[in-house]
Design a protein around this ligand. Structure first.
Ligand code: FAD
Length: 481
């Protein structure tokens, strides 16, 4: 049997691609494949046992229906509903939305965001938008930030909450099934079938039966997320799929009391600080802020354990967590940003007995590691149970560490207490994107019939943009059929 379309991955980009194909009446012969499970079967044991048990064969936090979206905090950045920046452009969040802006006009992006936001609302997203009720207070904070050479970006945010995101994506899964989209779970795509620079299918491994086979398709869309970034890089090398050297964001997850972040949490829900601290002037930014949230783990195929964070709609802690990320752009002759990031993660994991490491800020300044009894007596209690106290400076490069510490000092001048010694740093937090997959205006790679969307190839860097990329992909495919 030959499918009209095979999609590798079932993250938000793939889900919204399928959703839009249904709207366009073009969904008869479509197959989505994911190595993980249906959303209702995705359970992270760490929530109960307080410790990552290394689910085999794949991490339930990042794999399965709705990909990394299922356990995400579900912050939908509704940029389109904010007034545009002074220069008239839309800020797309994360690393400014990845490469998305290269492929579309601002007006197109604006319309796509509007449309996609409405789909989220239709499937139960909270109507409330954070960031619109305290405009004057936000402006005052922005002015304070600019005096520290920091940009504090503000735009409205919807917050699904981890448990509600699960329910919302569950409804979408039902909708796709009811409308004839074929979903193949617990199946790993090992390779692509490419002849004469044209794709004709995928080679799969059924994880339940341990059988290997081939599935044929006229077109293949790769929507493998950050989880599949490393695999995607290998596939691109193997099949000579054109790429450009990409970047890797390396940093830490920062945890501090809600009361320190109270203004930002109340006015904006998430404050996006962006700075270029001296002496390197690398781009450093806060990302994925979770008021009253929980620090979490995500385990990657190669066994790497990375830190992340999320927050529930109902269950609350008394801490806020957020990522502080440093963008690493390497230049010739080094072209392996993923390997660089993996090495950093591997070192830190090893130093922490294959787990997440945690250290108090004050201990870094004092030049000492953090011990378990330090944490027990610390005023900020870690919300990630089982994180191992240690010394992050053994694993993070000098440049990365210095960038983070300078940035924390700068933000402290805007948010008093941001640099308190009891605040906690967890590592490693790393955002892998494959080398940028070179795409034409239709998101097609240099191989005929092979497309790439979502976070994996670096096209997008968040839920909303990944979902928009899926909608756009569906429309492109419809126009081509
Ligand atoms: C804990 C956490 C919190 C987050 N919070 C937010 C937030 O609040 N706001 C926000 O905007 N973003 C957030 N994110 C990021 C967001 O989840 C991602 O940007 C988004 O899910 C990207 O969508 P995607 O479709 O590109 O890929 P993903 O969601 O990563 O999905 C990719 C899928 O592809 C599958 N896959 C990969 N390779 C293969 C293969 N070879 N064979 C078969 N299947 C494969 C994976 O199993 C996975 O299910 C969070 C992420 C995490 C982990």
């Amino acid at each position: 049997m030959e499918y009209d379309l095979i999609v590798v991955g079932m993250g938000p980009s793939a889900v919204f691609l399928a959703y839009e194909l249904i709207q366009l009446n073009d969904c008869k012969n479509v197959l989505l494949i994911d190595q993980g499970k249906p959303v209702e079967k995705r359970v992270c044991p760490a929530i109960k046992v307080g410790k990552c048990v290394g689910c085999k064969p794949y991490c339930n936090i990042t794999c399965g229906f709705s990909g990394a979206g299922a356990f995400s905090d579900g912050k939908l950045n509704s940029y389109h509903l904010s007034s545009r920046d002074k220069d008239g452009s839309i800020y797309l969040g994360g690393n400014d939305g990845g490469y998305f802006k290269k492929y579309m006009t601002e007006d197109e992006i604006y319309d796509l965001l509007n449309y996609t936001d409405n789909v989220y609302l239709k499937f139960g997203a909270d109507e409330h938008l954070y960031g619109l009720d305290h405009i004057e207070e936000i402006k005052a904070l922005q002015e304070k930030a600019s005096k520290q050479n920091l940009n504090l970006v503000s735009y409205p945010i919807r917050h699904l909450g981890t448990e509600k995101a699960h329910i919302l994506y569950g409804k979408l899964e039902e909708y796709l099934k009811e409308n004839g989209i074929n979903l193949l779970f617990e199946t790993e795509v090992k390779d692509l079938i490419i002849n004469d620079n044209k794709v004709s299918g995928v080679k799969i491994h059924d994880l339940k039966t341990d059988e290997y086979s081939e599935i044929y398709g006229k077109k293949v869309v790769l929507a493998v997320g950050r989880k599949g970034a490393s695999w995607l890089s290998e596939i691109c090398t193997k099949h000579n799929i054109e790429t450009k050297i990409g970047s890797v964001d390396i940093g830490i997850r920062y945890e501090l009391p809600d009361k320190i972040m109270s203004k930002i949490n109340k006015y904006m829900y998430e404050g996006k600080f962006i700075g270029r601290p001296l002496p390197y002037r690398d781009k450093v930014r806060t990302f994925c802020q979770n008021p009253s949230g929980f620090v979490s783990r995500e385990v990657y195929d190669n066994g790497l354990t990375l830190v992340n964070g999320h927050s529930y709609k109902d269950k609350k802690s008394t801490n806020t967590n957020l990522a502080i990320l440093v963008s690493h752009h390497f230049t010739y002759p080094f072209d392996k940003p993923i390997e660089y990031g993996e090495n950093v993660a591997q070192n830190l994991n090893r130093l922490a007995g294959n787990d997440i490491m945690v250290q108090r800020l004050g201990d870094i300044y004092r030049g000492r590691r953090t011990w378990m009894e330090d944490l027990e007596n610390n005023s900020v209690k870690p919300t990630l149970k089982g994180a191992v106290p240690g010394d992050l400076t053994y694993g993070l490069g000098y440049r990365t560490m210095r960038d983070i510490l300078e940035f924390i000092r700068d933000v402290d001048n805007v948010v008093e207490g941001f640099a308190n010694p009891d605040n906690l740093l967890y590592g490693p937090e790393i955002k892998f994107y494959s080398n940028e997959v070179v795409l034409d205006k239709d998101f097609m790679t240099s191989v005929d019939g092979l497309y790439s969307i979502g976070d994996g190839g670096g096209l997008t860097t968040g839920l909303m943009m990944a979902s928009c990329a899926g909608v756009k992909m569906a429309r492109i495919l419809k126009n081509k059929s």
